[in-house]
Design a binder for this molecule. Structure first.
Ligand code: ADP
Length: 546
């Protein structure tokens, strides 16, 4: 999904935005990585206009940046969650105060409608508040209950100590929100963070770095720009990798992390099914699925990519869905909101969408609306496909575009079977008039999240984990305390609760009676029934009492 296609030559005449990259001296000195240009051009995919130029950060510069972050991280950790809260809430203020500018930048590098562009800063703002305020509770030491009465002689403590430098690598679909969603919890955990945004949309991430510097926060957050090689260097030098992007790149990162024995969390592709049952509110389902499939031109990892409809309501649902999709207004917004759907992120993306539609049609599918390029930039018309099946690429591969293939199913069982027939398992939705039925079906679906009578709502609930099953990922983001604890190493500490003797029963020199007594006590505490009493050992003790 990476843009390699040049924009139309005419667009090159458009004046470039001055990028925030100019404010980062380390990045100004960028040396080209092998076979890569020293700078990257950023274009509005809706208009082709050049909107910025960023340096390609070399592997050596990435290493130097990580060394610098390492120097400042201990102090960031030492000020504790309450100290960090102050900075994070200042950053939240900055996000709010700069919302319009941030939306401008998001819009300029994505070609999204205004409303979609405003979602990025709003989402980031919400998340900062959640983790800034709760990190102290989430990171507090745990004192778990001992597993056995014998262990009660110890005070048990679990400590959460951050990985010094977390590397965050992000894609282009939400160029501000995606970085923020992972950078903020990692900073809240006490880690320093090195962010490598997508080469397609690096400007919004650089805005984040500008904001962090403007509020005068400690230099524990930095952004490096470039493509895969720069990302590879981030994986080489940091202590934990949080990655969002394609399954193919995720796999490479997992291998690289395994070589270094560095932990990682991956959020990858999806092919999210929606199941519409005959008892559903069809108006709500048709509105929700139109939104779930077309929001951000379908470039959402959890967008609806397949729809299974029970036969009795199939025709009615398809008619309503098609009408909703047809009614969408597509175009390029200014600061005023005039459109629902904009452009795709890059030409590669448009080509994938076109291929999925063409291959489906060639194999017998019908286009009810859309099916072709929208006539400006990379934009593709919102599309509804019917008469599709599970051999077609529009069902087996992630499309990441504005297409909704709809299939008729005989019943709930067939819907569940087909929904689970995918290598992916990110999220799903079930549409039904019976919430209990919805929950029952949810538990049968192989997906990291299921929304009943809704789309995306798991995404806006940071108390829930967001993670994919199967080829959709490893680990999860958020999920309340886990969202910050994942960026920490756990340390177990034991301390005596009672006055200690000069030696423990197990210590040298070995004594069989003492050992058998200790082992017998463990068995008595943990086993059940007569097995609590270790008779052979007791007899041995009698006969062997030295
Ligand atoms: P997309 O097609 O959505 O851009 P990718 O998985 O190609 O998905 O890219 C997601 C992010 O991963 C981008 O920031 C990209 O530069 C980065 N990336 C690509 N290849 C690598 C790699 N080998 N190692 C680390 N990061 C990479």
């Amino acid at each position: 999904m990476t843009n390699t296609d040049p924009a139309p030559a005419a667009a090159k005449k458009a004046p470039a935005r001055k990028t925030a990259a100019k404010k980062a001296p380390a990045q100004q000195a960028a040396q080209p990585v092998a076979d890569a240009p020293a700078t990257l051009e950023v274009r509005n995919p809706g208009t082709g206009a050049l909107v910025g130029t960023v340096p390609v950060t070399s592997a050596d510069e990435v290493a130097a940046k990580v060394r610098e972050l390492r120097l400042f991280q201990p102090e960031w950790e030492a000020i504790g969650p309450d100290g960090r809260k102050e900075w994070l809430l200042k950053f939240q203020d900055w996000l709010i105060d700069n919302t319009d500018t941030l939306a401008d930048v998001v819009q300029s590098e994505t070609g999204k409608p205004r409303v979609d562009s405003l979602i990025d800063p709003a989402f980031a703002t919400d998340l900062v508040g959640y983790y800034a305020r709760r990190a102290a509770k989430f990171l507090a030491d745990d004192h778990p209950s001992p597993h056995s009465p014998l262990a009660r002689v110890k005070k048990l403590t679990t400590v959460y100590k951050p990985y010094p430098v977390v590397g965050v690598i992000t894609p282009w679909n939400f160029p501000l929100a995606m970085p923020a969603l992972d950078v903020i919890p990692a900073l809240a955990a006490g880690a320093a963070v090195l962010l490598k945004p997508s080469e397609v949309t690096p400007l919004s991430a650089l805005e984040m770095a500008r904001g962090w510097a403007e509020i005068g926060a400690p230099p524990v957050f930095a952004v490096v720009t470039g493509a895969g090689a720069t990302g590879g260097a981030v994986v080489e030098h940091t202590d934990y990798i949080q990655f969002t992007g394609s399954t193919a790149t995720g796999r490479k990162i997992a291998v690289a992390c395994a070589e270094r024995m560095v932990p990682y969390s991956l959020e990858l592709g999806g092919k999210d099914p929606a199941i519409v049952l005959a008892d559903a509110d069809l108006d709500r389902a048709a509105h929700g699925i139109a939104f779930g499939g077309m929001f951000n031109s379908g470039q959402v990892c959890i967008s609806v990519e397949r729809v299974y409809v029970e036969a009795p309501v199939y025709d009615e649902f398809v008619a309503k869905l098609t009408a909703n999709v047809k009614a969408l207004r597509q175009g390029i917004d200014g600061r005023e909101s005039k459109h629902d759907v904009g452009a795709l992120a890059n030409e590669n993306q448009t080509n994938i969408v076109q291929r999925h539609v063409d291959e489906a049609v060639a194999a017998g599918a019908k286009v009810l609306t859309g099916g072709k390029r929208a006539g400006f930039g990379t934009a593709f018309e919102p599309t509804v496909l019917v008469d599709v099946d599970h051999t077609m690429s529009c069902i087996t591969e992630e499309t990441f575009g504005p297409t909704l293939p709809v299939l008729k199913v005989a019943d709930e069982a067939e819907a569940v079977r087909l929904a689970n027939d995918s290598i992916y398992g990110l999220s799903a939705s079930v549409w039904t008039g019976d919430k209990d039925r919805g929950e029952r079906i949810a538990r049968q679906l192989n997906a990291g999240a299921v929304n009943i009578n809704d789309v995306f709502s798991n995404l806006f609930n940071f108390a829930l984990p967001m993670g994919g099953w199967g080829q959709s990922g490893v680990g999860a983001r958020w999920g309340g305390a886990n969202g910050v604890r994942k960026y920490c190493r756990q340390q177990a500490i034991t301390a005596p609760m009672l006055p200690t003797q000069d030696k423990e029963l197990f210590w040298y020199p070995y004594s069989m009676p003492k050992l058998l007594f200790a082992l017998g006590a463990m068995r008595a505490a943990g086993a059940r029934g007569l097995r609590r009493i270790d008779l052979p050992a007791v007899l041995k003790l009698k006969g062997d009492n030295k």
